[in-house]
Design a protein around this ligand. Structure first.
Ligand code: NAP
Ligand code: GDD
Length: 352
């Protein structure tokens, strides 16, 4: 009987947007994927349920482990159990505005959590008897107030507790690479979105609201700063860049971006126009969505990733908007059908 030795990946943040696309990619490439999920009182595996099978099933490729980036001993134990070839640290309190409300928690999970995982990785890698590689999910938020376009050599100027925590995580990763000769690569990813994007990030908040407005399920959309510009790509393209970083001959740090920036207003215009609506009739400003310090303009130069990794984005801004609108229109249709059949609608949401 032949026995395939599959490469094993260990992924924190597997239940998030990127974790789910990365799991899709790795399973398609033949990996055995082990994800860390938080214990929650409600199910939080909606984005990866399509990949999950009972672990006793010989076809199972995705395995879930309870854990938390705040809990170093648990991470250490999980790594020793799984014995992965590649580690992807995607777990984080990833919401910028929320990080102003929960700064210490964000520092602990997004910043110190990375250090905990790095320390566990270093100790595991020492005795693993194989090459083990680590990807750290860095962010364009680290550039913050730096003038666009931003690239690997642009100095960081973080503007939120989240961004400061990501800068700390970035430098912890560099320090572990330099101190212990480990294969650690930092991705510096600009905003990336998808139909699986969390509903409190601005793009998905807009596509969810606009499609519900189109079907008469919602009347208004409340937003904060419409002038901010972001370099928005498709999450499915960006997880490919993460994987490529760990297949490279040497570890390094890479900006991943489309090279085009649009304002929140542009995103509104594109979304509502696709639905045959004028956004000005529905959008109102609510100061609670403003941030104490804003990041005005993120625009990435991903030449290094293109040249060294052969990576380039496949989905355009227009394609991204179309994909999200199409998906959310389908969701809104389903919601409307349920309502008309007498089922109560989802609870009114509080958006950040
Ligand atoms: P996301 O959808 O918010 O997912 C975050 C993941 O982290 C979720 O699985 C979440 O679990 C998990 N998590 C939160 N707190 C945790 C904790 N204490 N311990 C363990 N896991 C925890 O974020 P994303 O968009 O997929 O982003 C993935 C990573 O890339 C994050 O580190 C983010 O900061 C970074 N990043 C994202 C972007 C972007 O535009 N999307 C750009 C640059 C960098 P639950 O599902 O239980 O909440
Ligand atoms: N979330 C949100 N909600 N943002 C709004 C709103 C609103 O109602 N109104 C305006 N905005 C503006 C924000 O002020 C910000 O300038 C921009 O829309 C984008 O906000 P988000 O979608 O929340 O994303 P972000 O850029 O702050 O952070 C995301 O991208 C980072 C990479 O640059 C997150 O995914 C971070 O985790 C990621 O690191």
């Amino acid at each position: 009987m032949t026995h395939t030795v599959r490469r094993r990946a260990f992924v924190t943040g597997i239940t998030g947007q990127d974790g789910s696309y990365l799991a899709d990619l790795l399973v398609a490439k033949g990996y055995e994927v082990h994800g860390v999920m938080r214990r929650a009182s409600t199910f939080n595996t909606g984005r990866i349920d399509h990949l999950y099978r009972d672990p006793h099933d010989p076809e199972a490729r995705l395995f879930l482990h309870h854990g938390d980036l705040a809990d170093g001993s648990g991470l250490r134990h999980a790594l020793e159990q799984v014995r992965p070839d590649e580690i992807y640290n995607l777990g984080a309190q990833s919401h910028v505005r929320v990080s102003f409300d929960a700064p210490e928690y964000t520092a602990d999970v997004t910043g110190s959590g990375t250090l905990r995982l790095l320390a566990a990785y270093r100790d595991y890698a020492r005795g693993a008897g194989k090459d083990v590689r680590f990807y750290q999910a860095g962010s364009s938020e680290m550039f913050g107030a730096a003038k666009p376009p931003q690239l690997e050599t642009t100095p960081f100027h973080p503007r939120s507790p989240y961004a400061v925590a990501k800068v700390a995580a970035h430098w912890y990763a560099v320090n572990y690479r330099e101190s212990y000769g480990l294969f650690i690569s930092n991705g510096i990813l600009f905003n990336h979105e998808s139909p699986r994007r969390g509903e409190t990030f601005v793009t998905r908040k807009i596509t969810r609201a606009a499609t519900r407005i189109k079907l008469g399920l919602q009347k208004k959309l409340f937003l904060g700063n419409l002038d901010a510009k972001r370099d928005w790509g498709f999450a499915g393209d960006y997880v490919e860049a993460m994987w490529r970083m760990l297949q490279a001959p040497a570890p390094d740090d890479y900006v991943v971006a489309t090279g085009e920036a649009y304002s929140v207003r542009d995103f509104l215009e594109a979304t509502f126009t696709q639905l045959g609506l004028d956004w000005r009739a529905y959008v109102e400003t609510d100061p609670r969505y403003l941030r104490p310090a804003e990041v005005d303009h993120l625009l990435g130069d991903a030449s290094k990733a293109r040249d060294a990794l052969g990576w380039k984005p496949q989905v355009s801004f227009a394609g991204l908007v179309a994909m999200m609108v199409e998906h959310d229109l389908e969701l809104a249709h389903r919601e409307k059908t349920l309502r008309e059949a007498g089922h109560s609608s989802a609870l009114e949401r509080q958006h950040d």
